[in-house]
Design a protein around this ligand. Structure first.
Ligand code: ADP
Ligand code: LRH
Length: 494
């Protein structure tokens, strides 16, 4: 019998999972209860998440574990950041949450900056200026869907929205709240002045709650339908990246991390937010950490590029798995082309393969023409971009970052892990792939007082030992390719 059993519901941009975590006093182990794909829906020209379907999956996961005789005593929910739902005065969901890649967000940064300069927005929030942020999504609603905002009583980020429909409690968990670009780390709360200047409704933001808090039991209707009498919902790092970073099995403090999934989040941690001229220049973000610290990082477009290539191939009747594409990439010609993965062409193209090919031709390179060549361009370019971000991180923190921890689904991509070591000339420690879920489970263990926050890295290391990748000795080819990336980035600035 384990000492403790809890459930993590982890909603990623490409798939979701419910997983039981068990703790025996020395190690944590995981058992997947359900896995489901998360496919956005284009409805009338707007891209939405399927909130109702995902909610059903979370409840079904709870129900399944209880009916298998393994009822969890707590539940923590995490998901991607920035997206939200609006509740009206009677607590009804007013609209399915929109997807941060919805094209209506285009141009909204400019609308905000016409009212407050971007430099001020950054100074007040420390959050990287990116069109996906809640702030710019709200600007769209304020300008083009005013009735929706006027009717809204509460705004809840995605996991908080789930918590509301599970428990009836309305909160804004800290790590996720910081990603909105409406949280001011100096004030330690919502930035009401920023909201006022942009004419955004200040009263719709829920009270901020830190991780490790017990929120309460499930609503009676959910309990009776699913036999979940003893379960409490608790706050974890509801931002999936916060949970992943919390589970990094580090030994010494001088590490960089890459949380590698749909996005690659490349960063380090800092006790205080790092908001300087240099962090502004390189657009580094300061997202809240589970421990109340800050995650100084940058979003790199990540394996989204590969996911979209896979999707296009699938539509064309060519069915590949991720490991097929890695195997083909391994055999493809090295350094045929380099792309800047963060080019705006790649945020939400209709056809990722064509977008990559067009980029290569536009930048006077050859056209990668088969799945292996395209995948190789993606992997090499991601590894080079990681090097760029880590070099800038060392510059802004004044610290030398000696090892790179890679966590998330990208850990399964051994080629990319090795390329990351080669491109950066730093050792890589890869794993755990399920860091987000493990971070979620560890935060629950802290909430129920089974564990202290400082014990987490060692517990994760003992439970899921990472795999080591050593950089190859000859660095010349990577150094040359890096110069190419820098010149491509020169085209559009850092
Ligand atoms: P997110 O939660 O951000 O949607 P995940 O952490 O689940 O993403 O990671 C998904 C990514 O992991 C995929 O895009 C894929 O590139 C990579 N991945 C998953 N399984 C494998 C595998 N067997 N081989 C190679 N890569 C994999
Ligand atoms: C990764 C992630 C990332 C955010 C993005 C919206 O899943 O949460 O940290 O920037 O999704």
């Amino acid at each position: 019998m384990p000492k403790w059993r809890g459930m993590a519901a982890d909603l990623g941009a490409s798939n979701g999972r419910t997983v039981l975590g068990e703790y025996d006093g020395a190690k944590v182990s995981l058992a997947e209860v359900s896995r489901f794909s998360n496919v956005p829906i284009n409805l009338g020209g707007t891209l939405y998440w399927n909130f109702l379907g995902l909610f059903r999956e979370v409840v079904a996961g709870l129900s399944k574990s209880s009916s298998q005789g393994k009822p969890p005593v707590s539940l923590g929910i995490d998901s991607w950041a920035v997206d939200f739902g609006l509740l009206d005065a009677s607590g009804e969901l007013m609209q399915n949450p929109r997807h941060y890649r919805d094209h209506h967000n285009e141009g909204m940064m400019q609308e905000v900056f016409a009212r407050i300069p971007g430099a001020i927005v950054y100074e007040r929030t420390g959050i990287q200026l990116m069109q996906i942020n809640t702030l710019y999504q709200l600007m769209f609603l304020r300008l083009y869907r005013p009735a929706l905002l006027q009717g809204a009583k509460v705004l809840l980020l995605f996991p908080d929205l789930m918590i509301y429909f599970l428990t009836g409690v309305k909160i804004a968990e800290f790590t996720n709240a910081t990603t909105t670009q409406l949280f001011n780390p100096y004030l330690g709360t919502w930035d009401q002045e920023l909201m006022s200047k942009l004419d955004l409704p200040r009263q719709i933001f829920a009270p901020i709650v830190s991780p490790f808090q017990v929120i309460g039991p499930l609503r009676p209707d959910i309990v009776s339908a699913n036999r979940t009498e003893k379960l409490s919902v608790v706050t974890v790092g509801e931002h999936d990246t916060a949970s992943a970073v919390f589970a990094i099995p580090y030994e010494a403090e001088n590490y960089a991390y890459i949380s590698s999934g749909t996005w690659s989040l490349v960063g380090t941690v800092s006790e205080k937010p790092l908001i300087t001229e240099l962090t502004a220049k390189y657009n580094f973000t300061n997202e809240g950490g589970v421990n109340g610290n800050y995650r100084v990082l940058k979003n790199v477009m990540g394996l989204w590029l590969l996911q979209e290539v896979l999707r296009r191939l699938d539509q064309a009747g060519q069915s590949f798995s991720y490991s097929d594409l890695s195997a083909l990439a391994l055999k493809a010609q090295a350094f045929e082309c380099v792309i800047d993965p963060d080019g705006s062409d790649f945020l939400a193209p209709v056809n990722m393969i064509e977008a990559i090919q067009a980029y290569c031709l536009r930048t006077h390179q050859s056209k990668p023409s088969n799945p292996g060549a395209i995948s190789r361009v993606i992997f090499e370019s991601l590894a080079l971009k990681y090097r760029f971000v880590i070099e800038k991180l060392e510059q802004v923190t004044g610290r030398s970052l000696e090892v790179i921890h890679i966590v998330g689904g990208g850990v399964h991509n051994e080629l990319l892990c090795q390329m990351t070591a080669d491109a950066t000339h730093k050792p890589v420690l890869a794993g755990p792939a399920e860091a987000t879920i493990i971070g979620n489970i560890c935060a629950q263990l802290i909430a129920v007082k089974e564990l202290g926050p400082a014990e987490v890295p060692l517990l994760v290391r003992n439970s899921f030992p990472p795999q080591v990748y050593t950089p190859q000795k000859d660095r010349s080819a990577w150094d040359q390719a890096y110069l190419k990336l820098l010149s491509l980035m020169g085209e559009r600035g850092a």
